[in-house]
Design a protein around this ligand. Structure first.
Ligand code: SAH
Length: 273
């Protein structure tokens, strides 16, 4: 849970959001808003739940262990992220947290830990990955939280691969074209990126992946990247070449209190049209 870069804290919650509704927060979230951010009665927060858009709410009361919010008005209508999965071999703690955070910022819709032959991490803490994804989504002004799946073996992932989804695999062995060349004739649509473990893919794995229809093996330059860097680099290239980085960045006015004028912002603040 975290606030945004902007002034107004942004919070993901599970509850339904509607004008006039009241909400009671307790536990770590109440603690965070009240004791860390020191919000008192009248303070503003932004809420989203992945379904109902983003809403402005006001703190209406605080108590020892809880905090009451009154939901005021809708500030953004719900939009979806691009349909983009990141499949990645789990790595050690700090780096896997980094992957979840950065992939969320980069707009993935799902995070899929994949166990490969040379994966040397035994346990994946899916709950912690989810918490990282929530925090990053709050921070990055997303309206959704990426889905975090339970780990699966590479074989199971490939066997159940959805026919319509294209797979960009970062192949450190030189079996792919440079990423921007490879994406030059690619089309938007459901995509996934697959990144190997620190030990790399085995030859058999690369052959097995290559046999899948719709696979695009790519190279990420002459240096061997750490898995977390490779994931971020591949997602950034894909978003820039065929993803939502092709859309204009919404206009933000620096001293507008974090408010944003964008296509999905509800009209009524400032400009109409
Ligand atoms: N141990 C391996 C490197 C693995 S790097 C070796 O020494 O060869 C971890 C993962 O990051 C790789 O499996 C691949 O998916 C991705 N990766 C790293 N550098 C890359 C590059 N230059 N091109 C494409 N993929 C790369």
């Amino acid at each position: 849970m975290l606030c945004s870069i902007a002034m107004t804290p942004r919070l993901f919650i599970e509850d339904d959001l509607a004008a006039g509704a009241a909400l009671s927060l307790d536990g770590p979230r109440a603690h965070y808003l009240r004791d860390v951010l020191r919000l008192g009665v009248g303070a503003e927060v932004l809420l989203f739940n992945g379904r109902d858009g983003e809403w402005r709410a006001e703190v209406t009361a605080t108590a020892k262990r809880s905090l009451e919010l009154g939901i005021d008005m809708k500030t953004r209508v719900q939009t979806a992220e691009p349909d983009l999965w990141l499949c990645f071999a789990p790595v050690k703690k700090a780096r896997i947290d980094f992957i979840a955070e950065k992939a969320t910022e980069l707009g993935v819709s799902a995070l899929l830990p994949v166990i490969t032959r040379r994966t040397n991490v035994e346990r994946v803490n899916v709950e912690r990955l989810r918490a990282n994804a929530v925090e990053a989504a709050e921070q990055t002004e997303r309206l959704t939280i990426p889905e975090v799946r339970e780990p699966v073996s590479l074989e199971r992932l490939l066997t159940a691969w959805p026919a319509e989804r294209r797979l960009l695999i970062a192949d450190e062995t030189g079996g792919g074209r440079p990423i921007l060349d490879a994406l030059g004739d690619a089309r938007p649509g459901p995509w996934a990126v697959l990144i190997g473990p620190e030990g790399g893919f085995t030859r058999e794995e690369l052959d097995r992946i290559a046999a899948l229809p719709g696979v695009l093996p790519v190279g990420l330059g002459p240096r061997i990247l750490r898995a977390d860097t490779a994931a971020i680099a591949a997602l950034a290239c894909l978003q820039a070449a065929i993803g939502d980085w092709r859309d204009a960045t919404p206009r933000r006015w620096p001293d507008y209190g974090g408010a944003v004028e964008r296509g999905n912002l509800m009209r009524g603040r400032g400009e109409q049209g």
